[in-house]
Design a protein around this ligand. Structure first.
Ligand code: 1BN
Ligand code: ZN
Length: 334
């Protein structure tokens, strides 16, 4: 009997194994998640362009001038007209040449009570001198691209949020006194601290207790034709996943010619201080066509930074990408 069992054992084992499920196949390597586009509002570039022009029509938005004061009041009022709660955060900042500037950060809150929040930001001041221009370098610039373009996109997004509610808190922040810094390359001085003074003030004095945002997107010089938005270095260091998600969205929307995959140099722009002082991951969409030694557009800090430098296609690409990122975040598909 024992002999019979021993002979049958392999057979019984084989039969038993026949009904067992096969061992699980090894997991395939994780594929990057495909970028989906949740339903999103259509960004109107004509409307954004009109918002850019309106700012430029006030005259250069240099702190301590009437044009600066009037334009700031108009930006705050326009956000309020679109139903957002606006905080005007006043501050004083030293100018590197001496004297004091009166600055105002304009913080427009969509659903201020919502816990999950995203920041879209731009600077609203324009540079007090055209130090990259051979003609009239001591006169202020219009800053149609460098300043007004980003704010124009934010104002159009505010208009869209009013008509297309979403389940997300959004803070549209217009930083002041970004562009009044020292551009001399004197290595004895740390000139980086003379720029982005509004963002530095905000990051040290958050407008709400325990304020936090999941991520932020800074828009700087987003209005010129044929932009080259490289993956900016500081953004890639601090928040590579946010950069890649935003660039993937832009590519799926068909804007791959502008949102290129090249990793660019790091720039000490407003986002640097939001990252380092407020600990919020913020990325910078900034045009670096590389046609000048600075790497910026040829009209950077010159009198050619005027309305004729603005291309509606660029406003559309940036605005549609941002509103899509917000829609995806609200839908849980970001
Ligand atoms: C961007 C546009 N910035 C000023 N206008 C920030 C910046 C400051 C970039 C200094 C490079 C050098
Ligand atoms: Zn500038």
């Amino acid at each position: 009997m024992l002999r019979q069992v021993l002979i049958l054992a392999p057979l019984l084992l084989a039969l038993a194994c026949k009904n067992d499920p096969p061992p699980p196949a090894p997991a395939p390597p994780a594929l990057p998640k495909a970028t989906v586009l949740s339903p999103a509002p259509v960004f109107n570039a004509d409307s954004a362009y009109a918002y850019v022009k309106k700012q430029v029509d006030f005259g250069p938005r240099v702190p301590n001038t009437p044009a600066h004061k009037k334009c700031g009041a108009w930006i705050a009022q326009t956000f309020r007209r679109h139903g957002l709660s606006v905080i005007e955060q006043n501050f004083k900042a030293p100018h590197y040449k001496g004297g004091e500037m009166n600055g105002v950060n304009i913080i427009a809150q969509y659903k201020p009570e919502a816990k999950q929040r995203v920041i879209l930001a731009a600077h609203w001041d324009s540079r007090f001198i055209a130090d990259q221009d051979k003609v009239n370098p001591d006169k202020p610039v219009d800053g149609a691209d460098d300043g007004a373009s980003g704010v124009g996109v934010l104002l159009e997004i505010a208009r869209l949020l009013k008509d297309n509610p979403m389940e997300l808190g959004v803070d549209l922040i217009c930083f002041d006194v970004e562009d009044q810094g020292n551009d001399s390359d004197d290595e004895q001085q740390d000139n980086s601290r003379t720029w982005c003074l509004g963002a530095q003030h905000w990051a040290e004095n958050l407008h709400a207790p325990n304020y936090y945002a999941q991520y932020g997107i800074l828009l700087d010089m987003v209005g010129a034709a044929n932009p080259n938005f490289e993956k900016e270095g500081v953004s890639m260091q601090a928040a590579p996943n946010i950069v890649n998600k935003v660039w993937n969205i832009a590519n799926v929307l068909g804007y791959g010619n502008a949102f290129v995959s090249t990793r660019g140099a790091g720039i000490t722009d407003d986002h640097y201080f939001v990252i380092t002082k407020a600990n919020i991951p913020m990325i910078d969409i900034i045009n670096r066509p590389g046609v000048t030694p600075s790497g910026f557009v040829a009209h950077w800090h010159t009198h050619n930074d005027k309305m004729s430098a603005i291309d509606k296609n660029s406003l559309k690409m940036v605005g549609q990408t941002c509103i899509q990122a917000l829609s995806n975040t609200a839908a849980g598909t970001f």
